[in-house]
Design a protein. Sequence first.
Lengths: 390, 292
Amino acid sequence: MNVHEYQAKGLLRSYGVAVPQGELATTPAEAEEVARRLDAGVVVVKAQVHAGGRGKAGGIKLAKSPAEAKRVASEILGMTLRSHQTGPEGRLVRKVYVEAGSEIARELYLAIVVDRQSEKLAVIASTEGGMEIEEVAAKSPEKIITVVVDAGASLPSYVVRRVGYGLGLGAAQVKQLEALLGGLFRLFVEKDASLAEINPLVVTKSAELLALDAKLNFDDNALYRHPDVAKLRDPDEEDPREREAKEIDLAYVGLEGEIGCMVNGAGLAMATLDMIQHCGGRPANFLDAGGGADKEKVKEAFKLILRDPSVRAILVNIFGGIVRCDLIAEGVVAAAAELAVEVPLVVRLQGTNAEQGRRILAESKLDITPADTLREAGERVVAAARRVRA
Amino acid sequence: MAILCGKDTRLVVQGMGRMGVFHARLSREYGTQVVAGVAPGKGGGEAEGIPLFDTVQRAVVETGANASVIFVPPPGAADAILEAADAGVSLAVCITEGIPVLDMVRARAALRGSPMRLVGPNCPGAVTPGECRIGIMPAQITRPGPVGVVSRSGTLTYEAVDQLSRLGIGQSTCLGIGGDPIIGTSFVDALALFEADPQTRAIVMIGEIGGSAEETAAEFIRAHVTKPVIAFIAGQNAPPGKRMGHAGAIIAGGKGRASDKIAALEAAGVAVARSPAEIGSTVDSRVPSLRS
């Protein structure tokens, strides 16, 4: 789960990480008020959306007075922010964070991630702050410091020294880094983060370390034990279909093609998308109905798929292990009848009770094209979608 | 011979809820020796004729269990893994999906130096055809034979196994290693086991987007695997930044793309099936003598 910058900074502050003073505003008048309260000379007005690249997209602006803060806030609030991370549809900006400006001497990069390779946490730092770390990794990997550590209760001091002196900080600043990185680490392990990134971490002209921007991701699987974090979820930032799918325990990802898919199991669902593409079609979605797919779930899945107006045909691909194909078939028949599905439907059932399932489909008198193998399923649904288009 | 499990496996089931009991029964019907169930507070009782114990340690002492399968819900699953190691079983297969990643990071750290092998979590388990079923796979689609199958997926494994069986190509062991970012048994571990297993003559490896386990496996294959390896990578058209069902299946920061994995495997001499419908036929054309 992602959170907004203002939420991330609130958490960081509570863990002793130095962040600039700032407050949230949802109207230009509020932004003006905050700017006045901050009394900082220069303030920064920052669009709050779950996407990077806000600066280049015009979502971050400086203001030299409260009146100017009001004016730039009025430009940012309500804008549709488009960056390389938002997709072409962009994100509507509903709130801004108004923050005291900082005099920057150096920009650094600092992050903690779960490292799959070592099965530990990795503290990553770089002198190239403000750039995306992937870009630094590609162009100048020697400028990245990586220290791998256990997910213990606190961060060992040597890690701070390796990172701090590695970044060229002086002893006084390394001392500051101890509090900052230590706090970031405790936040990470105590709240089950999956990514904590401070980019840039700045050294101000008065030699203070300050987290100028902050990004936190949290492990969805651990939200059950962090109600305070779960509360930070912003439904406005989520794809409505993905959100709805999550509520009924389906994994759904919207794509840009015209063939809707319903599959059981994530791997087979990904492979089904590959099959469709291999046969010359384009999938409209990824949908894993899960191991416990039953009649009700099949219906909900159909509703979700049909909500997408670009869907021209639907492929149901079920390999019954635990899931029984006869129950899936009943679900498909019920859903197709109840929801008056008008697009062509190709159904492939394999595994447990597949025979019974196929019989149920055949006897339903619904216009359902059966398929035996994965290849047949792919070819038939792509052909069906073409016929609809023609 | 096969890998990980067989006729001598004596299985204890941790987490005798609805799913645990159901699969304990299916495994026993398949011929697996299911010797114990663990249900704290219910020790001395039984479920489906399987004796219940309060702790894994008691179950091991009383029944000689040497392998465990874990169905414990996510909040207690990492603890259940450590309990299995403490009790001295040599294999624990964790089926549970949804364990917090940091729980697994800590469990893996605690297991360093332990002789117990962990498979999973978030995996379908293992089947040695005709001998032993641990987990939730539909064993009826398998048949005994010379191909080792290892996969990060569940149902896609069934698809691949089914394609092989329909061609008359049997399997030594079918193993799902799980779709989570942190797992006990990696592709490399499984490849090493299959390489050392005399029954296995070819290996099918099914990967997917996310992480770099396939790239690491490619390096290992180049240096250490003499048997033919056939692979498929799922998610060739997955968009970056989106989690495709499995917690570990995400292209992040330009890493974990299927195309990179396929290139690495092909460079190591692995035959990569172009579509998921061609896994069986790719095995068949690469190693023509496997049918029985």
